[in-house]
Design a protein around this ligand. Sequence first.
Ligand code: GLA
Length: 754
Amino acid sequence: MIYFDQNTRLIHLSTPKTSYLMKVTADGYLGHVYYGKRLEKAPSQDLLRLEELSEPSEKPGEKVSFLDNLPFEYPTAGVGDFRESCLDISSNDNVRGIELFYKGYQIRNTKPEIKGLPASFDHTDSNCETLSITLRDDIRQIEVELNYTVYSDLDVITRWAVIKNCSNKAFYIDRALSMCIDAELDDYSVLYESGAWAREHQIQFQKVKPGTIVTESVKGESGHESQPFLGLISSDCSEESGEAYGFSLVYSGNFLAKVQTNSFGMSRTVLGIHPENFRWKLLRGESFYTPEVIMTYSDAGLGGMTRTFHRFIHDHIIRSAWKDKQRPILVNNWEATYLDFDDKKLISILGKAKESGLDMLVIDDGWFRKSKSEPEGGLGDWLPVDNKLPEGLKPVSEAAIQNGMKLGLWFEPEMISEDSELYRSHPEYVLSFPGRRPAECRNQWMLDFSNPKVLELIYEKIAAQIKENNLSYIKWDMNRPICDAYSHYLPADRQGEVCYRHVLGVYQIQERLLKEFPWLLIENCSSGGARFDCGMLYYSPQIWTSDDMDPIERLSICEGTELIYPVSTMGAHVCKNRNDISGRNISFDTRGLMAMAGTFGYELDITAISADDISKIPSQIKLRKRLNDLVNKGEYYRIKSYRRRVDGPVGGISGNADCFELISEDRSEAAVWFMQPLAEPNQRSIRIKTRALSPDFSYRVIAVTSADAYFDNNSDGRILDISGIRGEELNNAGLCLKLPREDFTGILIMIEKC
Ligand code: GLA
């Protein structure tokens, strides 16, 4: 997997189908040679073009032109490479400039941890090798260790850097990105995601041209507007063919992803912690660890890239004991009551949930706030309030125990309200620039998570509620971006560390919670999906995807999420009718079927919905449980995209419908989710070609518009039921499905080997 040729100093990393090549030049620079489809033999040409003359140089290798043209593995700032750098440092005397030269390497058969950060793991240590290349600037006495873990079970290489201060004085790291790839990308597009609250994870493409394409966050979290991810796809890339590179940062804060293309058609792709609002003081002898980047290359289109990410994240990022288990099917009171509830209301929801076969009640925002209409006060104190819960949470937690139900609770641990005991006693715990009132957002301020006392206090508050109320689950929310990033705890020359330390603080508390309560299910959330990333998935197997639960709105939100993350990670609930965000009315059956492609639960007042809807809950639960293995471990194939009906260069799958498949590894079963957003007049049946069924297996195909219909042969909702149809026919000739004449119709097609 890792081969270092001592003669040529060519380094070859290989996974089953990919190769990644670097070379140490005669001068000791580390150049990037190649990343893509696997090469069995080393290239015969000098792909670094070391002997080529670049204007205005007089001779090959003259420094400025040379440095500005060499494809670098880890470019540095200030000494002649004018492109985006990965590393920039300064010192108290304002000396800048760093240049790295090769010193040595080491190969290990393990995946090392990355200090303080979430990172991929290989519990068996049999699926990977790690190469560490040491580069050094002898003048500054700084060492950089570039680490590459090569996985043998998947086409994934991960990389991260460690910056070591070997000098006898402190210096500042002004930027430390995790990854750089220099390559020619003519005829490629950049794939990234945009979004907003209630419209997260929208897939975007932009053709690579001279200039820059940037996706980034400076909000202190991955953000509604962006994903710490970047893809590069060839112009012939489609869902299942063509080339797709994917790079995903295992980090949950400010990030920069950039593709910078010069006039010679050479593109530099970088990814890492955003240099804005970042300056880290590194004392003598200390090391700084950048977050890890997961890199993959596929010549099987977007689908190939997606399936590698899904499996990698499932096998090597998510640690939770809940990963493959049936997660508790819950009812969450947020859209049912918003802030207006009391213990009696919660107990009545709990009773109805028990009757309907649900597993857990989640008490959302409001249990610690006096107001029944505005989210004001109480953040930081985390104490139940009298006007809603006069006896605290005890009556509800006791009712849960009596009913054999689990209980979950919402927190927003990084926040503080002005109207809180915590603020009155510790105003210095708020992030705020001296002399300036910090900007409120949703009536709240940010706590200073770089202060260990704050971390301790918040940890204790959450742990106390878990213990007192026998909690099985917590929802960890974050409802505002970070600004006024000044800590009253850190010294002046460490203020550039606030945003990064904030993220480390979040990781630290979640790690500690999982150590003390290993069975605890954490669902991360940030005003919906503003912190949906691999960093958070290291701590929680599921993340709230979006506050927008309307199944039509979710089509593009989920497509963007599923492009990178496994379906099992998406928090998905049955919403109310009419949806509060979109104003749309959609049947209970469709809302139920579509939420099954996710964690599944209900977020509506189950004590107030119609008897007909309530009667459907048991079969929805039963069907979701039937689908559990497919949702948790199924391979994902996108068949149609409603979102891409107009825009995307990736063709062939757009249309007035949305459709994807999850199939078991042994090909014995698959489920296809289909959505008809708008019924079309004068329409013929639609043909759906399944993917990856075993050609020789014989299958039974049942298509239903409701969960009830899956269990009842005679139901009207069973729109198709055929036995003995071969996989080759379904994959190639397809299945003709007559669509009901109704807008917003969800259909589940179950395919079972017979
Ligand atoms: C955020 C979350 C919601 C809900 C509210 C409560 O918006 O995404 O699910 O918890 O906060 O204020």
